[in-house]
Ligand binder design. Structure first.
Ligand code: B1M
Length: 211
């Protein structure tokens, strides 16, 4: 089995050690981090989602698959993030209230960091007020909101409203993303931008800040 297949199967089976070993070996053999991500890790998580929908996987299987994916992602991180001397700006990032999914958000953070920005990661289940307080304290240029559940998307709207109420509208840009989120939804709730994946999120931050 090739390294990418081992990583793919390792995530599906929740075999963290197999994912770590194959990722390390592949990187040492100069397989690019981007290739491992887009051709093994992300397709594996998509398959986990499909199996969950088909009632072949349940929450415990999703959890151990996520743990294996995170272990692999941690090894890719140094390859994906370039060192920059002076950050181009500051981004406060988090998964919205009620939502515990963080793999996509973590990947978005890595890519934004890789593009030269400082990222302050607030974690998961972040309330609108917590986003606003952090943006003020950190003097952030951008707030990034991630949601993976249709039921938590409304918290993006509430966060944008809280940003406006705090008088940060215009000073801090709000960008949104996550599997169920669309450009149409971003327009509806008045977000400054939407990105469909982590690479697009990094490009969007650069565009919004004119970098
Ligand atoms: Co859950 N889950 N989950 N889950 N989970 C989904 C999202 C689901 C689609 C599965 C399914 O039914 N097919 C479904 C949502 C249905 C819906 O709302 N329409 C679902 C459900 C129902 C649930 C629970 C309700 C299950 C239950 O308890 N009965 C529960 C909710 C818990 C909660 O949050 N309150 C739940 C729990 C979990 C686990 C905890 C077990 C685990 C998460 C572990 C973790 O994250 N630490 C989990 C997982 C792993 C998934 C799937 C299988 C994989 C998600 C993932 O990591 N994808 C997922 C199915 C799927 O997505 N196919 C599913 C890989 C990741 C790289 O992609 O997160 O999409 P993604 O991120 C992408 C883009 O979306 C984008 O860029 C990223 C990288 O390119 N992006 C942004 C993300 N954020 C962005 C922000 C941006 C820009 C782009 O700007 C700021």
């Amino acid at each position: 089995m090739g390294h990418k297949e081992t990583i793919y199967q390792g995530i599906l089976n929740g075999n963290m050690k197999a994912v770590e070993d194959a990722t390390k070996t592949a990187l040492s053999e100069s397989v690019s981090a981007g290739e491992l991500l887009s051709e093994a890790m992300i397709p594996a998580m998509a398959e986990v989602g499909r199996l969950f929908e088909a009632n072949e996987y349940y929450v415990p299987e999703m959890l151990i698959a996520a743990r294996a994916m995170k272990a692999g992602l941690a090894l890719l991180r140094p390859e994906l993030v370039k060192e920059e001397v002076e950050p181009l700006g500051k981004v406060v990032l988090g998964t919205v209230k009620g939502d515990l999914h963080d793999i996509g958000k973590n990947l978005v953070g890595i890519m934004i960091e890789g593009a030269g920005f400082e990222v302050v990661d607030l974690g998961v289940d972040v309330s609108p007020d917590a986003f606003v307080s952090a943006a003020k304290e950190q003097n952030a240029d951008v707030i990034g909101l991630s949601a993976l559940l249709t039921t938590t998307m409304p918290s993006m709207k509430s966060t944008i409203e809280a940003v406006k109420e705090a008088g940060l509208d215009g000073k801090v840009k709000v960008i949104i993303g996550g599997a169920p989120v669309t450009q149409k939804y971003a327009d509806e709730i008045g977000a400054d931008g939407y990105a469909r994946d982590a690479a697009a999120a990094a490009t969007l931050v650069k565009q919004l800040l004119g970098k």
